[in-house]
Write a protein that binds this ligand. Structure first.
Ligand SMILES: Cc1ncc(COP(=O)(O)O)c(C=O)c1O
Length: 414
């Protein structure tokens, strides 16, 4: 990635100029929520000040508001890699959307049906399925994780899958270890067994290009506040499934897609912000390769993001290897850098994750501690109740910030 692009990127985010104790702060908390470009805040504010209206009115402002919502569906379709905006659904957040889909799908399950979840997933892609299975009398099976490198155990997955499996819930990337799961072959295997797939792409979305068409998944969910947008959840669903399955909804709400799955009045101002976040990414892509097509621009943006983030990961892992006292939970092999996003979970022999996070915070280095709601992994790894220190990088982080956090970790350990 040419340096001018990073300069351009950083000037888009007003929060990055924040100082504490006379030094710039560094945000390593992206996995819990990214910062937003000025253009996203402007879009939210502009909607509220000029286009604030409910759906379906016959007057100008309502029609402008409807057009903004339609644009958000098109932007979500561009992000997901589908040419059908009606297959994109918005909701409060990924958790709420997953609870809604799981409840609706459970109506189609019978006693003895099986559901697969993994020990590398965020609880938002585990507990909704456990609750839905309980209501339907279905059985839940858990796919194991290799604790030594934070990857999913593919033998455990293959053994758990059977002709009774109705649904496979898999994370695209782990928000604890940073592992990118091999979801394409897993989706293919689930499909061959006759199961539906639900992909949690929340942690993957800011790091890589999603392509629901190439993946062939049935459902995929993510959250705009992790990819530089406001607090909104996004869902892709296969058209025939969204049409066929009956959600819990009001009689007065639409039976057409996508409204059928969008209960109540949406946060329209935030949907304007979602379009702006996707536009920001596309604008970045257009600085790498000129194109009129938003999807093509997103492809070039994520190619640049992946390459840059991998270089940050290499530096981070090389630095972490030279530090004494810390354990990295996840892939550390430089040869497997393409199998992870730049999210690093650490534990220390003497300090708790909270103590580490507090010491970093005192230096203006913002990192997260705890189980990150990735409870299945922290339980399996025996990391409860403290969890890990999580240092998460995004494309707006710099080499200098990586070096700064490594130096701070070294000083703490010494
Ligand atoms: C991997 C992953 N999945 C799901 C979620 C839940 O997303 P939301 O806050 O939109 O419900 C998160 C949030 O941290 C996450 O990191």
């Amino acid at each position: 990635m040419p340096p001018f692009l990073l300069d351009w990127i950083r000037t888009q985010f007003p929060a990055l100029s924040r100082q504490e104790h006379g030094r710039p702060v560094a945000y390593f908390d992206g996995p819990a929520g990214s910062q937003v470009p000025q253009s996203v805040a402007n879009a939210v504010s502009r909607y509220l000040l000029t286009t604030n209206s409910n759906r379906g009115g016959v007057f100008t402002v309502a029609q402008e508001s409807d057009a903004i919502v339609d644009t958000a569906h098109q932007a979500a379709a561009n992000l997901f890699g589908t040419n059908d905006p009606a297959c994109t659904v918005f909701g409060a957040n990924m958790t709420t959307l997953t609870l809604a889909v799981s409840r609706a799908l459970a109506r189609t399950w019978n006693t003895g049906d099986e559901v697969l979840v993994t020990r590398l997933d965020h609880d938002a892609n585990v507990t909704p399925w456990i609750l839905a299975a309980r209501d339907a009398g279905a059985i839940v099976k858990h796919v194991d994780v290799h604790l030594e490198d934070g990857t999913l155990d593919q033998t455990s997955f293959r053994n758990a899958l059977s002709s009774r499996t109705k649904l496979v819930a898999i994370g695209y990337a782990s928000n604890v270890t940073g592992t990118i799961n091999p979801i394409a072959p897993m989706i293919a295997a689930a499909k061959a067994a006759g199961a539906l797939t639900f992909i949690d792409a929340v942690h993957y979305a800011p790091h890589g290009l999603i392509d629901v068409t190439a993946l062939g998944c049935d459902f995929l969910a993510c959250s705009a506040y992790k990819f530089f947008g406001p607090h909104v959840g996004l869902l892709y669903g296969r058209r025939d499934l969204l049409e066929e399955i009956t959600p819990y909804k009001l009689r007065v709400s639409s039976n057409q897609l996508p409204g059928k799955w969008m209960t109540g009045t949406q946060a329209h101002e935030l949907l304007a912000g979602v379009s702006a976040a996707i536009r920001y990414l596309a604008d970045m892509g257009r600085r790498c390769a000129s194109t009129d097509c938003e999807r093509t621009a997103l492809q070039s943006a994520f190619a640049a993001i992946r390459a840059y983030e991998q270089s940050l990961s290499e530096r981070m892992l090389a630095g972490l290897r030279s530090l004494g006292g810390y354990r990295v939970w996840g892939l550390t092999d430089a040869a497997r850098i393409a199998e992870r996003v730049p999210t690093f979970s650490l534990t220390h022999a003497r300090f708790t994750p909270k103590e580490l996070a507090e010491r970093l915070a005192a230096e203006g280095l913002y990192a997260w501690c705890g189980n990150h709601y990735g409870l299945p992994f922290t339980e399996a790894a025996g990391l409860e109740p403290h969890g890990t220190l999580r240092i998460g990088l995004l494309h707006y982080n710099t080499v200098e910030e990586v070096d700064r956090v490594l130096e701070a970790l070294e000083r703490i350990s010494a």
